[in-house]
Write a new protein. Structure first.
Length: 536
């Protein structure tokens, strides 16, 4: 029989009731062994990948994907895949299979949807940070703090909080709805799908059609997720990613796979289940004791069941389409867990390869940080890596240093006149606005720098603004530095603020950028980098 020919009445009866085939048990045992082997391989690779991902949790490549959310997605995708494979050689009671299919599948799909949504939101959020910080710095900070008004522009942390809330809702709402609908349907048809032991495997349970309609929740949830992901696909396409196989690749490729397989699974089940629903009861119950030839003659009078043989073949070997979900979970584990691990080790090997080159040293990186065009390029990279606050920290830290140096110059001038108090008449606000409008580098070699020098009153508003922007956990662009550094800065700013109070934070930020976004800059234009820095 050709795979595209319509199925015969005899083969349809064998499809519904395969036990009439004398070789059925042998074929069944072979398939069990095949699926057991696949299950063992899948389990070993999945567990090792998850362990490796946890081991590399402090690497920037892993952090960028959102370690907790990605790990959770990987764990439940792995459990769903294990369940889908296990039911092919272990007869799991219908009740357990029902909740695992109807609730677990929507849950890990919702996790992936939330992760893709997070990528889109954080990308635009990082772009928004740049413009928002510039607008914030345009305020006259000296007058603002003297007036005693409360700190402005706390909307950025509120936006970040909203991003997290949206992610939680995207995960919770579909999962809760799927669970409640499944529970209601199960209560109404509890006699068809029990938690007691079953003598039928997963495919035979579906072919008996006693519980097939109960599993529609997973299909409908899949359709809704496919529609949502198709919409999200448009937004993911618009974001920019530094890596060819980075977060954007993971999101786009997984969305495409989920949408295609969900649509195919919907078509497959809607086509075959209609036929099963009409004839399964007749073949298995009403004509239970009838000899095969007579049964075939009765069924052959009907023509509704005649569909291409390939559809029945695929339905049988994908176990009612359940293996299609396993393919999705396998790819999810590969793209979200295995691929970042591979990239971590590739990055490490590449770093070791260029370790002895001058361009790979942190001293060279400081030259890069003193080159305005390259800082702009780093900022562009940081936006795509969702860490633009680090580059903004560096730029504004440099502005603070210039404010101190300018204060020293003006203080020496006032002192030379004989009245040091005249320093307060200098337009520090105008100088500050001039510096933040365009990031530039000027020589400061002629000025001494004592980190223990108290912050002058004229400069204090700018230090407070810097603290509340980058150090305060509620700041609009708070950086991820150690708790020890945060506590030390807080204690110092409350007691005896010095001009070097942010130096330890600066060192951490530079180290962070050196290990995260600088390798990307090197990889993209290593040849041009040397000449660019030399010019500055």
């Amino acid at each position: 029989m050709g795979i595209f020919d319509n199925i015969s009445a005899y083969d349809f009866v064998k499809f519904i009731k395969p036990e009439i085939d004398g070789e059925y048990e042998d074929k069944k045992n072979v398939m069990k062994k095949v699926y057991m082997i696949i299950f063992v391989i899948y389990a070993v690779i999945g567990i090792l990948s998850l362990i490796c991902f946890c081991y590399l949790k402090n690497w920037y490549i892993v952090k960028q994907r959102g370690f907790g959310l990605t790990l959770l997605n990987g764990i439940f995708a792995f459990l769903s895949g294990c369940t889908s494979l296990m039911v092919q050689f272990v007869n799991i009671p219908c009740g357990y299979g029902l909740y695992l299919t109807n609730v677990l599948n929507p849950f890990y799909n919702a996790l992936f949807l939330s992760r893709s949504l997070r990528v889109v939101l954080l990308y635009h959020f990082n772009i928004f940070k740049v413009t928002a910080i510039k607008k914030r710095n345009k305020k006259r900070m000296k007058e603002y703090y003297v007036s005693g008004e409360s700190e402005p522009n706390y909307y950025l942390p509120k936006v970040y909080k909203k991003v997290n809330n949206i992610i939680y809702y995207v995960i919770a709402i579909p999962t809760i709805i799927a669970f409640v609908v499944t529970l209601i349907k199960h209560i109404r048809h509890s006699e068809d799908c029990t938690f007691s032991s079953s003598e039928l495997n997963a495919t035979e349970q579906l072919k008996s059609n006693g519980s097939a309609n109960l599993f529609n929740v997973a299909q409908y949830a899949g359709i809704i997720m496919a529609i949502s992901m198709s919409i999200l696909f448009v937004f993911v396409c618009k974001i920019k990613d530094n890596s060819k196989y980075g977060v954007k690749f993971e999101c786009l490729s997984t969305i495409i796979l989920i949408v295609v397989l969900t649509i195919f699974n919907m078509f497959l089940n809607s086509t075959i289940q209609k036929v099963i629903g009409k004839y399964s009861y007749l073949i298995r119950e009403k004509y239970k004791g009838m000899i095969i030839n007579k049964l075939v003659d009765i069924i052959d009078k009907e023509v509704d069941f005649k569909k291409p043989y390939i559809l029945y073949y695929i339905y049988d070997y994908t176990k009612g389409g359940r293996i299609l979900f396993t393919i999705i979970t396998m790819y999810m584990i590969f793209s979200s867990i295995m691929l970042p691990c591979i990239k971590c080790y590739t990055s490490k090997r590449e770093k070791n390869k260029y370790f002895h080159e001058p361009t790979s040293s942190i001293q060279y990186f400081y030259k890069v940080l003193n080159s305005p065009p390259l800082v702009e390029e780093l900022k562009s990279i940081a936006i795509k890596e969702y860490s633009v606050e680090n580059v903004l920290f560096w730029e504004n830290y440099q502005v603070l240093q210039k404010m101190i140096y300018r204060y020293q110059i003006e203080y020496k001038k006032a002192e030379g006149i004989g009245n040091p108090k005249l320093v307060s008449q200098y337009d520090f606000e105008g100088y500050y606005q001039q510096q933040i409008q365009s990031f530039s580098i000027s020589s400061m070699d002629d000025y001494s720098y004592d980190p223990n020098m108290p912050v002058p009153n004229e400069i204090m508003p700018y230090y407070l603004n810097f603290y509340k922007t980058f150090i305060d956990s509620l700041g609009p662009a708070s950086v991820n530095i150690s708790g020890t550094a945060i506590r030390r800065i807080y204690n110092e700013i409350c007691t005896f603020p010095t001009i070097g109070m942010f130096d330890s934070a600066k060192n951490e930020i530079v180290e962070m950028m050196y290990s995260s976004i600088f390798p990307i800059l090197l990889r993209q234009n290593r040849k041009q980098l040397r000449s660019s820095v030399i010019n500055y």
